[in-house]
Design a protein around this ligand. Structure first.
Ligand SMILES: C[S@@+](CC[C@H](N)C(=O)[O-])C[C@H]1O[C@@H](n2cnc3c(N)ncnc32)[C@H](O)[C@@H]1O
Length: 379
């Protein structure tokens, strides 16, 4: 048998995943392996302009055992069919398969909560959230952290809250965190300023909690952002090696998945509302690289908001319509505004009364808030 197996499709051009699936099913039938092999969700590879469909052993859908590449008029199977059939048998006999669990979502309404995220989340049942998008308080932000916490206490605070986040997140769903290394200004002329790599320290914590790293997206701001911090002025004047310090115009958007042995396909195929899943498809243009150019946002009452365009992009790419989106460090509720616009539900937690008040009035302008809650001692 050839390394590659070709199949002439009836179609001259493929328009969507349903068509690809039909072509791939016909190919399975022709090769008499439709009873042992399932197909993964077709994915369009826009680098090479063809569709990819994973071949999955029916007895163990976790590890693909081959791939079909479908382009306008042919199907190419990467790998030898006999070997694939053999691997199928091995997987069949040796792997004890977890029964594919069904998915249900709790019909909780959108809500805003005043209180410390750790206390608030402790009371929440598991599996109540389908996406978490958040930007934790900066370590150097006043008055939230810097003056009251040392760096290790700060990281412990994040560990506690993200542990609760992990518990309330549904299996296989995503946590997206906006962070960046922060600058601690030098206290006097004889001292040096320091940059603290929050993104990387937090990564270790999230990995320990059992979030699986998926992607690092760079949020790039237009040139000019970051100049006010005065970084790099010394180098600009002296041009001495070792003094070089770039002006920071980026932040990190780090993507994690709640660790599971189920494939992402499982989350999509078993979504309890297939119509919502269908309506959530991202049609038209989308961001193809991990550099997202988005202008920063300002708010008269909060010093560190992220732009609604950023929240919209994350929510669109990592959740379905109707999903519950949690922001445990909600600020003025940008995540909630984006979630409403995209027909998702939201759960927003903020511990500052002042920001909570702004959050409530900003959100109420466009959408009625369904439920207010206050953690013990919050008022
Ligand atoms: C970087 S800001 C988030 C801003 C938000 N992304 C927005 O666009 O409005 C972090 C927020 O977390 C809040 N915060 C800090 N510690 C918290 C905690 N333990 N529980 C809940 N909120 C907290 C701060 O008051 C601050 O408003």
């Amino acid at each position: 048998m050839n390394q590659s197996t070709l199949f002439d499709s009836q179609e001259s051009s493929i328009k969507n995943a349903t068509e690809v699936r039909k072509i791939a099913e016909t190919w399975l039938g022709k090769n008499k392996i439709e009873k042992t092999i399932n197909l993964g969700l077709p994915e369009y590879d826009d680098r090479w302009n063809y569709w990819r469909v994973a071949l999955l052993a029916q007895q163990n859908e976790r590890e693909p055992i081959g791939e079909l590449r479908v382009d306008e008029d042919k199907v190419i199977c990467t790998g030898n069919l006999e070997m694939i059939a053999e691997r199928c048998k091995i997987t069949h006999s040796s792997v004890k398969r977890r029964k594919s669990p069904s998915i249900t979502f709790r019909p909780i309404e959108s809500r805003v909560l005043l209180g410390d995220a750790k206390d608030v989340l402790t009371d929440y049942p598991p599996d109540t959230t389908q996406l978490i998008f958040t930007s934790p308080p900066y370590f150097n932000a006043k008055p939230e952290c810097h003056e009251s916490l040392g760096y290790s206490d700060y990281l412990n605070m994040l560990r506690d809250i993200f542990t609760e986040c992990h518990r309330v997140l549904s299996e296989g769903r995503f946590l997206v965190v906006n962070t960046s290394p922060v600058l601690i200004r030098r206290p006097h002329r004889q001292a040096a300023s320091r940059r603290i790599p929050i993104t990387y320290d937090l990564h270790q914590i999230l990995n320990d909690i059992d979030f699986e790293f998926v992607d690092d997206i760079i949020w790039e701001k237009p040139e000019g952002a970051g100049w006010h911090l005065g970084r790099g002025r010394r180098f600009a004047a002296d041009r001495q090696p070792l003094q070089y310090k770039p002006v920071t115009v980026t932040e990190n958007i780090t993507v994690y998945r709640k660790r599971t042995d189920m494939l992402i396909d499982w989350n999509i195929r078993n979504h309890p509302d297939q119509q919502a899943a269908d309506l959530s498809r991202i049609e038209g243009k989308y961001e193809r690289t991990n550099i997202w150019k988005i202008a920063p946002a300002n708010h008269p009452e909060h010093p560190a908001v992220f732009p609604v365009a950023l929240a919209e992009r994350v929510i669109r790419y990592y959740s379905f319509r109707g999903d519950m989106v949690l922001d445990p460090f909600a600020g003025i509720g940008t995540t909630g505004r984006a979630a409403t616009k995209l027909n998702r539900r939201y759960m927003l937690i903020e511990k500052s009364k002042a920001y909570f008040k702004t959050l409530c009035s900003d959100l109420a302008e466009n959408n009625p808030i369904k439920s207010y809650e206050f953690a013990a001692g919050a008022l």
